[in-house]
Ligand binder design. Structure first.
Ligand SMILES: [Cu+2]
Length: 747
């Protein structure tokens, strides 16, 4: 080797060392890592978030893109931002993105009820019990009541508003009932073992996403996880109604967690139940099968694709409050969703979803004594209904001139059909077919925006707006000419542009107290039944209803106020609301068509209505093993034009639960009560007053072998109270004392 070569090599070594030294120095000085803070739900950046060290000292704050820079030498930091839950994290060089979960109160009356996760969160509801039905679960949430027509398919009502005045969606998907008598509320398509979270927006302030400004319940289903293999099996028997249940769910995934499959299934069958007077309530039996399959693939780029399918079959469902029973109710609900990995581009997609669902419903009165009933005497009237819906939902965020906002696009098209065959017992009278809905098509497309403004360290303002185009039409010539004849005018597709807007102010007074207020303006076009329904029997007032395609849009303004206090082991929340409706849509009598046997109403804009009330919720940890929850809700609702209460409004009611747990032994005692309801509708409906009641339920759970085996004993209505709720149509009595034993195995 020549000297020159040795010299060069030494030089090269020095040079390399120098490069390494420079690189190390640069990475120490400049190499502060850039980390972005984003919203866990929308993935949009969170500006103004504070980064605190482990002593609580502020060390940085995020810029308008949610970005801050920090040395990543394994230090512990705490991130705080208005409207989000604090998050503590240990930094290392792999951390580039931190997602914050929106606080429970970030929408003043938005409530996130945890279905199957986080059992020990002071903010979450604990009233969930294994093998509880979705109906019971919903009924115990403050501000929600259930309209009942027997043992099955209760219809949720938020703050006195149901059906067309609220949004009920599954993973954000629009699903329309196929039964014109509302026997098939879509809550029945998600079983408790497939529920991840229940997102309840009581005020409807989340208009960007909900599209309407209506109160919203979103049933969020469980998705495939990265667990290699888990399995959960349970089975139970309840007496005296012989409810038999078998449920299973499981998850499998490959080693790297890139492909995951989750499946769940349940089968239930029940006979007639007994009321508190030990009498059997006829026609309360049911049988139901539900299956769900979810597949998720995560790409190397961290984008992911999900495929979800739900099928639900209910057979022989008795409806004691109605004229007939459901013989078959079928639902197929499918969804394909693409989730984009978070990035910091100026315009970005969060998710794109395509969905389709088909609901079919068959009901008849072949099991009923039609010769001796008061309505539709002397004839059978089997009915069939179907809805088919296709839709898409897109979500993302964008930054325009340093202003960041979330955007939502939503579109669907749905077709509804319903018929009724009248078969007279008198064979000389020919059968007659009536079309309740014939090729009635709903088209909807909407765009929504959500803006957040941090007015100060502790005040967050949220503005949301949505603009929708909705059209309703019937493609059937005969159905069209029926309405043209009834109203004596020419009918074309009914279409509307519907704006809705909300403002939401949140004030984090200190680290325990927060207050919020919101204002929502909303416009609603009548739905397919209100515009194009024909000869639809309403069980609450005994009238047959005809639609009115020329209804004006119903408008509403909702204000609400919320105060929440949360500390380590106490939390309480008080919400008050006031909602004013204009052009309220309801049925009015049409004397020209009515006679002694058949009484008819038509949908019309009847004037103004007002709803107000509130909810209180308190959760107290009394000791390490004792926890008390108290909930109350009250709604006052008045039809201002008729000057009488609106129908089917629950009275003051409450729910208290005492939880005791010691190791794997748990006892929950519920005390459920309602005051007497004397505010009844007698002009627009034919309600009667309902007495007060109180019942006690006890659940005892014991885990064995490290909680992998669990036994549950549930005794409901211990005192065998004979009662019914005000929202039970036809005053059908509730179940008396019942006892259920179930076993659950987790692998
Ligand atoms: Cu039905």
């Amino acid at each position: 080797m020549t000297n020159r070569k040795v010299y060069n090599l030494v030089n090269m070594k020095n040079f390399l060392s120098l490069v390494i030294i420079i690189l190390v120095t640069v990475s120490n000085v400049l190499g502060q890592q850039q980390i972005q803070i984003v919203d866990a739900e929308s993935q949009s950046p969170i500006p103004g978030a504070h980064i605190l060290d482990s002593t609580g000292e502020a060390i940085s704050v995020t810029d308008k893109d949610g970005i801050f820079k920090i040395k990543t030498n394994h230090q512990q930091i705490i991130i705080t931002a208005v409207g989000y839950e604090n998050r503590s994290i240990t930094l290392d060089s792999s951390v580039h993105l931190i997602a914050l979960r929106p606080a429970v109160f970030h929408q003043t009356t938005e409530l996130l009820v945890v279905g199957n996760e986080d059992r020990d969160n002071v903010r979450s509801y604990q009233n969930q019990k294994p093998l509880q039905s979705m109906d019971r679960f919903l009924e115990n949430i403050d501000g929600i009541s259930m309209t009942k027509r027997g043992a099955f398919g209760w219809e949720p009502v938020i703050r006195g508003q149901s059906d067309q005045r609220m949004n009920l969606v599954i993973d954000g998907m629009q699903v329309f009932k196929a039964c014109v008598d509302k026997m098939d509320p879509i809550t029945s398509y998600v079983e408790m073992n497939n529920l991840s979270r229940l997102k309840i927006d009581k005020s409807g302030a989340g208009v960007a996403e909900n599209g309407t400004g209506n109160s919203t319940v979103n049933l969020i289903t469980q998705k495939a996880g990265s667990e290699r293999l888990t399995m959960d099996l349970s089975s139970g028997l309840r007496l005296p109604d012989n409810l038999r249940t078998i449920q299973m769910s499981g998850n499998v995934s490959d080693k790297r967690g890139r492909n995951g499959v989750r499946f769940s299934g349940s089968y239930k069958k029940a006979d007639d139940f007994e009321a508190g007077n030990n009498q059997t309530v006829e026609n309360t039996q049911y049988e139901k099968l539900n299956l769900n399959l979810n597949y998720r693939h995560t790409f190397a780029s961290n984008h992911s694709v999900e495929l979800n399918y739900i099928t639900d079959k209910a057979y022989d469902v008795g409806y004691p409050a109605l004229l007939m029973d459901a013989t078959k109710a079928l639902a197929d609900i499918g969804q394909l969703k693409f989730n984009f990995a978070p990035n910091s581009q100026k315009f970005r997609f969060k998710s794109v979803m395509l969905y389709a669902n088909a609901i079919r419903h068959t009901m008849d009165d072949y099991e009923r004594d039609v010769a001796n009933r008061t309505v539709m005497r002397g004839m059978y009237m089997p009915m069939y209904g179907t809805t088919t819906t296709f839709g898409t939902k897109l979500a993302g965020s964008a930054t325009v001139q340093s202003h960041s906002f979330d955007w939502f696009l939503d579109g669907f098209t749905s077709e509804a059909y319903g018929d009724m065959l009248m078969q007279s017992l008198d064979s000389s009278i020919e059968d007659m077919m009536i079309y309740n809905l014939d090729e009635v098509r709903t088209n909807n497309v909407g765009i929504g925006f959500r803006h957040r403004f941090n007015l100060s360290d502790s005040i967050l303002l949220k503005i949301e707006e949505n603009l929708r185009y909705k059209s309703l039409n019937t493609l059937s010539g005969t159905h069209q000419s029926f309405f043209e004849g009834l109203y004596d005018r020419e009918l074309s597709a009914r279409q509307r542009i519907l704006p809705s807007v909300s403002g939401n102010l949140l004030w984090m007074i200190d680290d325990r107290w927060s207050a919020g207020t919101s204002l929502v303006y909303s416009e609603r076009m009548g739905n397919h039944m209100e515009l194009f329904g024909h000869y639809i029997y309403n069980y609450t007032d005994g009238y047959f209803y005809d639609g009115n395609p020329w209804l004006k849009t119903e408008r509403s303004i909702n204000t609400d106020l919320n105060i929440t206090r949360e500390s380590g082991n106490q939390s309480f929340s008080l919400s008050l609301f006031y909602k004013q409706y204009f052009n309220y849509i309801d049925g009015i009598m049409s004397e020209d068509l009515s006679n002694n046997d058949f009484r008819f109403k038509r949908y019309a804009n009847v004037g103004d209505a007002v709803l107000m009330g509130g909810e209180f919720r308190g959760i107290h940890s009394l000791s390490r093993s004792l926890r008390l929850e108290n909930r109350f809700s009250y709604t006052y609702a008045q039809n201002q034009t008729l000057d009488e209460p609106l129908p089917l409004i629950p009275p003051l009611r409450g729910f208290s639960t005492l939880h005791f747990h010691s190791g794997t032994f748990r006892v929950m005692t519920d005390f459920e009560w309602a005051a007497r309801q004397e505010r009844i509708a007698q002009i627009s409906s034919n309600e009667d007053a309902t007495d007060a009641y109180a019942i006690v339920n006890v659940t005892v759970e014991k885990g064995w072998a490290g909680d992998s085996l669990e036994t549950v004993l549930q005794v409901n209505n211990i005192t065998n109270e004979f009662y019914h709720t005000h929202t039970s149509i036809g005053n059908i009595y509730e179940a008396g004392r019942s006892m259920m034993l179930s076993v659950r195995v987790k692998i």
